[in-house]
Design a protein around this ligand. Structure first.
Ligand SMILES: Nc1ncnc2c1ncn2[C@@H]1O[C@H](COP(=O)(O)OP(=O)(O)OP(=O)(O)O)[C@@H](O)[C@H]1O
Ligand SMILES: [Mg+2]
Length: 317
C-alpha cells in the first residue's frame, strides 16, 4: 500500500503543485492518477520514489516513510516507466532490460537469461533482443520499457503516461497485454495518464485531480461514473458516462423475448456480457435487435434496444 499522508508540494518560486493530498493506493492494484495538464500528477508520482521531495506531509510504502529509507534501496524496489520508454540508446534491447538486475548483483549471464524471458512476456521475441532502441517501433519501445521496469521484480511500479506516445490501435493492444500481465503479477502500480478512458479501463482505483493539485475524487471506476463528486468530475468523466457505466452492468437479468427460428441475426450475446455490448449490438443490427445465446450456444431469446432502455429505466417490458 502506498499512502499519501497530507502531502504538499510547492516548487521554489512556484505555485502549489500538490495540495494536501491524502490517499491510499492499495497493494496489488493499479491506481490511475488522472487530470488536466499541470495538476500535479507527475509530481505526486515522483514523490513516491523520492525524485521529488514533498514540502510537507509523508509518503509511506507499506507503512514505512520513504523519507527515512536509503534512496538506492528504495528505488530498487520501485520500477519506473515513462513516456517514450526512456531507453538507453546505445545499449541493445537485451542490455536495456538486463542493466538493473546486474546492478543489484545478478551475474550478467543470469540477468540476460531473465531479460529474454521478460521480453517474451511483453510480446517481444528473441530477434528483438540484439536490436537498438532506434530500430524498434514506438509500441515495441514501450514494451521494452515495461520489461525493464519489471526486471528487478519490484513490488511497486510507477508509470508516467506509459502508453500515450503510441497510436490508438497499438495502445489498445498494449492495454490488453498489460492487463493480462498485471493480472498475473499483481504489482502495486501508480499510473499517470491524462486520458480518462485509459484510467477507467486500466485502473482498479482512479484518483482524479483538478488544477492546483487538488484531489477531486478517489474511487473505483464504477463509483466515479455513477456518483461523480462534483461538476468538475462529472464533466471530466464525460458526457457519455451513462453509456460507459453500462460496461459494468451485466446482461444476466435482462428479460428476453422468445426466439424463433425465422429471426435472422448478426450479433449475439450471453448472460456473461455487459449491457453496453447488448446496446451496441442492437443499435448496429439492421433490425435493431440482439440475440442471446444460451449455455448450449444456441439462441434462446432476443431483445430490442428499447427493451434495454426499459430495463435500465426499471420497467420490465
Ligand atoms: N521542477 C519544477 N519547478 C517548478 N515548477 C514545477 C516543476 N515541475 C513541475 N512544476 C509545476 O508544478 C505543477 C505540476 O506539474 P506536474 O508535472 O506534476 O503536472 P502534471 O499533472 O504531470 O502535468 P502534465 O499532464 O502536463 O504532465 C505545474 O504547474 C508545473 O509547472
Ligand atoms: Mg506529467
Amino acid at each position: 500500500m502506498i499512502t499519501f499522508d497530507d502531502v504538499v508540494k510547492v516548487y521554489p518560486g512556484g505555485s502549489t503543485a500538490v495540495d494536501h493530498l491524502s490517499v491510499e493506493l492499495p497493494t496489488g492494484k493499479l491506481t490511475a492518477l488522472v487530470g488536466p495538464s499541470g495538476c500535479g500528477k507527475t509530481t505526486s508520482l515522483r514523490m513516491i520514489n523520492r525524485m521529488v521531495a514533498p514540502t510537507a506531509g509523508r509518503i509511506l510504502i507499506d507503512g514505512r516513510d520513504v523519507a527515512g529509507q536509503d534512496e538506492a534501496t528504495l528505488r530498487r524496489g520501485i520500477g519506473y516507466v515513462i513516456q517514450h520508454a526512456g531507453l538507453f540508446p546505445h545499449r541493445t534491447v537485451l542490455d536495456n532490460v538486463a542493466t538493473v538486475p546486474v546492478l543489484v548483483g545478478k551475474t550478467r549471464r543470469e540477468a540476460r537469461k531473465s531479460a529474454l524471458e521478460l521480453l517474451e512476456r511483453v510480446g517481444l521475441s528473441e530477434e528483438f533482443a540484439k536490436r537498438y532502441p532506434a530500430q524498434l517501433s514506438g509500441g515495441q519501445q514501450q514494451r521494452v520499457g515495461v520489461a525493464r521496469a519489471l526486471a528487478a521484480d519490484p513490488p511497486v511500479m510507477l508509470m508516467d503516461e506509459p502508453f500515450s506516445a503510441v497510436d490508438p490501435v497499438v495502445r489498445e493492444q498494449l492495454h490488453r497485454e498489460f492487463l493480462r500481465l498485471q493480472q498475473e503479477l499483481g504489482k502495486t502500480i501508480a499510473m499517470v495518464t491524462h486520458d480518462i478512458d485509459e484510467a477507467i479501463k486500466l485502473g482498479d482505483m482512479v484518483a482524479i485531480f483538478r488544477q492546483g493539485g487538488v484531489l477531486a475524487q478517489f474511487g473505483t471506476p464504477q463509483e466515479l461514473l455513477a456518483k461523480p463528486a462534483d461538476d468538475f468530475v462529472a464533466e471530466f468523466v464525460g458526457r457519455d458516462r451513462g453509456l460507459r457505466s453500462l460496461s459494468f452492468d451485466s446482461a444476466a437479468d435482462l428479460t428476453v423475448r422468445p426466439y424463433t427460428a425465422d429471426i435472422a441475426y448478426e450479433g449475439s450475446f450471453t448472460k456473461a456480457d455487459s449491457l453496453r455490448l447488448v446496446i451496441d449490438l442492437a443499435i448496429r443490427s439492421p433490425k435493431g435487435i440482439a440475440v442471446r445465446l444460451g449455455a448450449d450456444g444456441e439462441p434462446d431469446g432476443y431483445v430490442t434496444h428499447h427493451d434495454v432502455a426499459d430495463h435500465l429505466a426499471g420497467r420490465q417490458p
